[in-house]
Design a protein around this ligand. Structure first.
Ligand code: UD1
Ligand code: MG
Length: 457
């Protein structure tokens, strides 16, 4: 049986270039903190343990690691020093230890798995993921000989020949658990930056007679995030991955580049999405549903065969059952629409339950807020709400009832009742012509008075 894997995530960096009160690794990508992406990718390896390394006082970051334990690196003395802080938490582990950075959220589980497998196969004490960098300036260079990794030289410590090497260190390293304590203990800060470099583990392993290897990956995966522009670049890259995965799973997108997904957005098959649609966190979309252009959707489970938009907004806490229609300029908030219910145009349905097969007319407002509290509107099955009605909550409209257009409904409507909540219409025969004559005369008189005013040319 293969020995278990442990993962150490370094997240003690200050991240000052973000210019933010929020710790860098908690900035969001696809509506999930950066660190949660790193954790999810690590967790997919089913490691026996995950250990976070955090800065002193970084309680929010430590909380984001939960239920995984964290250790504190008292001073930021380098990546080797940070990894060493985790040794206590790795006691008793003798399989591979993967060390990854908390600010590199695009590294895939596939690449991590590839590195561990290559290390096991080669019997290597140390392995790193490398890539050919378009601009290797910021990176440590991987110096190889005869297919083995000899050492990693940081940019600032490299000579001209080493600087010319484009094969760069991603930062992801795999160290054999039986050797990790000895290797990390041996790291010194005898370099230009006076830091304890994790990368020295390669040279130290070789000096002790062990093997080190580098496994090549794609540069795009190893983007580290230090600034808001790098955050935006990572967001783009992640969105592209999420869109590709959705399409591979049977979703049609008219203009994929304009569809914004969350890391947790889930689709059935044969879903169609028009241009300019944003999915906030917590959305599930059933098969055969169509989401037309310009919709903003968050926190909702949408059933099968549903029609949404164009220009619809669905806010958190909503549930939309099979066959529902939500048309243009309709907003739902914490609203459940049962099977086959329809709100086709211009409506606000907040804190509402709409029964199966009910029809909500254009201009309907669920008046859910009285300035102090929110109240629910509960509408039974097969109800008809006429256009431009205000449903003043708390309110119940029973099954099969009919609310006439333009009603302000303040009292519960029993099942099958017909409710009028509006002034009775008064019609006066032949009076339109008289009104027109009166208005015409008044306009003429006003025009004449203006022309006769002194000073007027
Ligand atoms: C590191 C690598 C370099 C690699 C590059 C890839 C070393 C010595 N260098 O350089 O070879 O090409 O990443 O991006 O490892 N951290 C701590 N505590 C510390 C220092 C760092 O937790 O004291 C964490 C940071 O939060 C960050 C990660 O380690 O997540 C990397 O640190 P950083 O300072 O960015 O290393 P680089 O100089 O970029
Ligand atoms: Mg860095």
């Amino acid at each position: 049986m293969k020995s278990p894997i442990a993962v150490v995530i370094l997240a003690a960096g200050a991240g000052t270039r973000m210019k933010s009160a929020l710790p860098k690794v908690l900035h969001r990508l696809a509506n999930r903190p950066m660190l949660a992406h790193v954790l999810a990718n690590a967790a997919a390896l089913k490691p026996s343990r995950i250990v976070g390394v955090v800065a002193p006082g970084a309680t929010e970051v430590a909380r984001a690691f939960a239920p995984h334990p964290t250790v504190v690196q008292l001073k930021p003395l380098g990546t080797g020093h940070a990894a060493k802080a985790a040794l206590g938490a790795l006691k008793g582990h003798d399989g591979p230890v993967l060390i990854v950075f908390g600010d590199a959220p695009l590294v895939t589980t596939g690449s991590l798995r590839k590195l561990v497998a290559a290390c096991r196969k080669a019997g290597a004490a140390v392995g790193v993921l490398g890539f050919i960098a378009r601009d290797p300036t910021p990176y440590g260079r991987l110096i190889e000989q005869d297919g083995e990794l000899v050492k990693i030289v940081e940019s600032k410590d490299a000579d001209a020949k080493e600087r010319a090497v484009a094969f760069s260190n991603s930062g992801v390293m795999c160290i054999e658990g039986k050797l990790i304590a000895t290797l990390l203990d041996a790291i010194r800060n005898d370099n230009v930056k006076r830091e304890f470099y994790l990368t020295d583990a390669v040279r130290l392993a070789r000096e002790a007679g062990h093997k080190a290897i580098a496994v090549a990956g794609e540069e795009a995966e190893f983007l580290g995030i230090n600034s808001r522009s790098e955050l935006a670049a990572a967001e783009q890259a992640l969105q592209q991955r999420l869109r590709a995965a959705a399409m591979a799973g049977g979703v049609t997108m008219t203009d994929p580049g304009t569809v914004w997904l969350s890391a947790d957005t889930k689709f059935g098959t044969d879903v169609t999405i028009g241009p300019n649609v944003r999915f906030g966190p917590g959305v599930t979309v059933g098969s055969d549903t169509v989401i037309n252009a310009f919709c903003d959707i968050e926190g909702v489970r949408i059933g099968r065969g549903v029609l949404v938009g164009p220009f619809a907004r669905i806010r958190p806490g909503s549930e939309v059952a099979d066959g529902v229609h939500i048309g243009n300029f309709v907003e739902l908030k914490a609203t459940r629409m049962a099977k086959g219910a329809k709100a086709n145009h211009l409506a606000y349905l907040g804190d509402s339950d709409i029964g199966a097969g009910s029809n909500i007319g254009a201009g309907t407002i669920a008046v859910n807020y009285d300035g102090y509290g929110k109240h629910r509107t509960v509408i039974g099955a097969d109800v008809f709400i006429g256009s431009n009605s205000s449903l003043v909550a708390p309110l119940k409209v029973g099954r099969g009832a009919n609310v006439t257009a333009g009603s302000v409904v303040t009292e519960d409507v029993p099942a099958n009742a017909l409710a009028f909540g509006r002034a009775r219409q008064v019609t006066k025969k032949g009076r339109a012509a008289a009104l027109r004559a009166k208005l015409k005369n008044r306009a003429a008189a006003l025009k004449k008075a203006a022309a006769e005013r002194p000073g007027k040319k």
